[in-house]
Design a protein around this ligand. Structure first.
Ligand SMILES: Cc1cc2nc3c(=O)[nH]c(=O)nc-3n(C[C@H](O)[C@H](O)[C@H](O)COP(=O)(O)OP(=O)(O)OC[C@H]3O[C@@H](n4cnc5c(N)ncnc54)[C@H](O)[C@@H]3O)c2cc1C
Length: 424
């Protein structure tokens, strides 16, 4: 592993900071906080990057910023739900718990709201590569981040209402992109089967070679810079008269002045003790990893008609996607991973699926697709950085930078109002 050239700068007021969660968000926060000179400890019950950040599709997408709920989608939902193997599934036994979240999700799809949300996502995603470069250093960046663009593909000739809105938002933001037809699709990606009617090439998006190694490298660099990464389950955050006193874990207490909750989909289990009610839900997603796939696409592909992605990685080809609303505790439904495999075989006829490994993870999602990045309302010393949903790999590095600004009392480079904890 290479170590990024980062030296901790003395903070105006160095504090003992505990970051709960060693996913891509917690590690990004911890790295920038350490660079400010704080005494930083990251705690996770798993190893670094072994939660949701382990298994994502690896797409780093500064030029992708539409929220998940969009106008026109409501019409598709009944069709998706009636197909147990469709791109969206709700386990009926979990529906009563999920219903308030689903209603908020539908409301977030109003056009005027979508425009605001897209601006806020753009602010978070736009600097993704610049902030990954700052986190990883030049060697780590070129080792782990691939600047090869992304290709979106459709099997239909006519754009949907959702596609048209996304097109307009991209134009308004001056995103570089190229619409391509069936022949150009085959030229760019000869491994694909015929049948894709439309493509959109986004040259300024990219991907990581390996989302898990990205996290382990950040953890390694953090240790090298004097930070700590511990394995333990956080059970409580103990408050004193003036603020945080210590973080309680199953391997002992850790004294702290500042706590950053970056525990992904599990975050509200810790934050509810502060009386803050946040509508965080797990949008469970699946992947299939193919270690010896044979010829693979040159870049990450978002199969828009199948609602899944195909991502070449250093250790094989990853098929990832689907949304299942079933809470944090239900066991995975293997059939959802099999849908990915079936669709990928159609898209890539020469695919070798031997040795396929399946995985399920929890996207930490708010109904409006934005994370919470904020001071905990009324709780001195506690900060929130969670809820990055479908795009946490993209939003994490900027989150880390602005969270360190909030802790330091600096004004972040982006308007933080859209990510407030009290917006719900
Ligand atoms: C199938 C799929 C595909 C995706 N594809 C993409 C993509 O291509 N691009 C993109 O930008 N995003 C993608 N995402 C989203 C992205 O992976 C997530 O938004 C991101 O990983 C969330 O990071 P996190 O650090 O918040 O959460 P996590 O990685 O889940 O980290 C949270 C950590 O907190 C720990 N934790 C929780 N509670 C406690 C506790 N009490 N004590 C100690 N530790 C605790 C957990 O063990 C976990 O490691 C995808 C997600 C999925 C599921």
């Amino acid at each position: 592993m290479t170590t990024s050239s980062f030296a901790a700068q003395p903070a105006a007021t160095p504090r003992r900071v505990v970051v709960v969660g060693a996913g891509i968000v917690g590690l990004s926060c911890a790295t920038f906080l350490r660079r400010d000179g704080h005494d930083v400890t990251v705690v996770d019950r798993l190893g670094p990057g072994e939660g949701t950040s382990f298994g994502n599709a690896g797409m780093v997408s500064p030029d992708t910023f539409t929220p998940i709920a969009m106008p026109g989608m409501l019409r598709k939902v009944p069709k998706w739900l009636s197909d147990p193997l469709g791109p969206l599934a709700v386990r009926w036994s979990y529906l009563p718990q999920a219903l308030p979240w689903l209603i908020r999700w539908i409301r977030a799809g109003r056009l005027d709201r979508v425009e605001e949300l897209a601006k806020a996502l753009r602010a978070l995603h736009g600097p993704a590569f610049a902030n990954y470069r700052a986190l990883l250093g030049p060697d780590g960046f070129s080792d782990l981040i691939r600047l090869r663009g992304q290709l979106y593909l459709w099997k239909t000739d006519t754009p949907s209402e959702t596609d048209r809105i996304a097109d307009r938002l991209r134009r308004e933001q001056g995103v570089r992109c190229e619409e391509i037809g069936p022949d150009e699709i085959r030229q760019m990606e000869p491994t694909l089967a015929p049948g894709f009617r439309r493509g959109l090439y986004l040259p300024d998006n990219g991907s990581t070679a390996n989302p898990h190694r990205l996290c382990t490298m950040l953890a390694h660099n953090l240790r090298g810079a004097g930070g700590r990464v511990l394995q333990g389950s956080v059970t409580d955050i103990e408050m004193g008269a003036d603020g945080v006193r210590r973080v309680m874990t199953d391997v002992g207490p850790i004294d702290a002045d500042i706590v950053v909750v970056a525990a992904g989909a599990w975050s509200v289990r810790l934050t509810k003790r502060f009386g803050v009610r946040l509508p965080l839900e797990s949008e469970r997603g699946y992947h299939v990893m193919l270690p010896n796939p044979g010829p693979v696409p040159n870049r990450s592909i978002s199969h828009r008609s199948g609602s899944f992605s195909i991502s070449p990685m250093e250790h094989g080809l990853r098929l990832a996607g689907t949304v299942e609303i079933a809470g944090l505790d239900a066991p995975p439904d293997e059939r959802r991973a099999q849908i990915l495999l079936r669709q990928a075989r159609e898209a890539l006829p020469t695919l070798n699926t031997e040795g396929a490994q399946t995985w399920m993870g929890h996207r930490p999602s708010f109904p409006d697709s934005l994370p919470v990045i904020d001071r905990a309302p009324g709780v001195p010393g506690v900060f929130f950085a969670f809820g990055h949903g479908h795009t946490g790999l993209t939003g994490a590095p900027t989150t880390g930078r602005v969270l360190a600004d909030l802790v330091a009392g600096r004004t972040p480079a982006i308007d933080m109002r859209p990510y407030r904890a009290n917006r719900f």
